[in-house]
Design a protein around this ligand. Sequence first.
Ligand SMILES: [Zn+2]
Length: 256
Amino acid sequence: MHMQRLGKNLGSYLGETIDIRAVLRDVEAAAQMSGWTSETIYETSNFKIPALRREGLGASRKIYISTGIHGDEPAGPLAALKLLQENDWPTNLDLWLCPCLNPVGFQLNSRANAKGFDLNRSYLNPVVEETLAHIAWLEQQPDFDLCMTLHEDWESHGFYLYEQNPDARPSLAEKMIRAVERVCPIDLSELIEGRPAQNGIVRPSIDPRSRPDWPEAFYLITHKTRQSYTLEAPSDFPIQTRVNALVTAVNTAINF
Ligand SMILES: [Zn+2]
């Protein structure tokens, strides 16, 4: 799909923001209506971080989806809400969904939390309260067959994704790209965030242990799963395009 960048994000994300309280109210309402249970990972007087869970019928695959760890990436929580409202999940899945891991970041339209920590760089030696709580919650969950973390990138020229697939399982990356390209441009750069990319797919060769600033995806691939995708919507495009890109990628992955 061809579409011009909006060109309004200069130096940081300057696009639409969301009322995260309202979005999370809608998330809880949609979840309740379609058989999800909800618990709180972390709570202060100001906000709480929810985790949603739905058991499948004769479930065979365990799938974890999270988003909203960066407060300047609104398409993620909106995609979580849309997925819940559409309620079109295959029935044979056990699902875990963290619809917003950094609510205070959204209140501030900030990538970081209230104290300035990038939560998505905090997972190796966690000291940040939200991250400690999230890891403690993850430790109580079983291993997952598939993990997806939903993000946005204000610098990118289209949708792209990172794949971590150390056992060379059947890849979902090309399938997701082929589906997303019908609703959103793909970033075809040969270098994305300093890493070699091909047709919107980055397959990082780095050993997580060699990096000091772990994103959530590194924690997941070393502790909880053997197949993980980080999905990046391009936030210099209209919000509906980005939400559709993330929703389409998730729907593609969970239907294989
Ligand atoms: Zn992000």
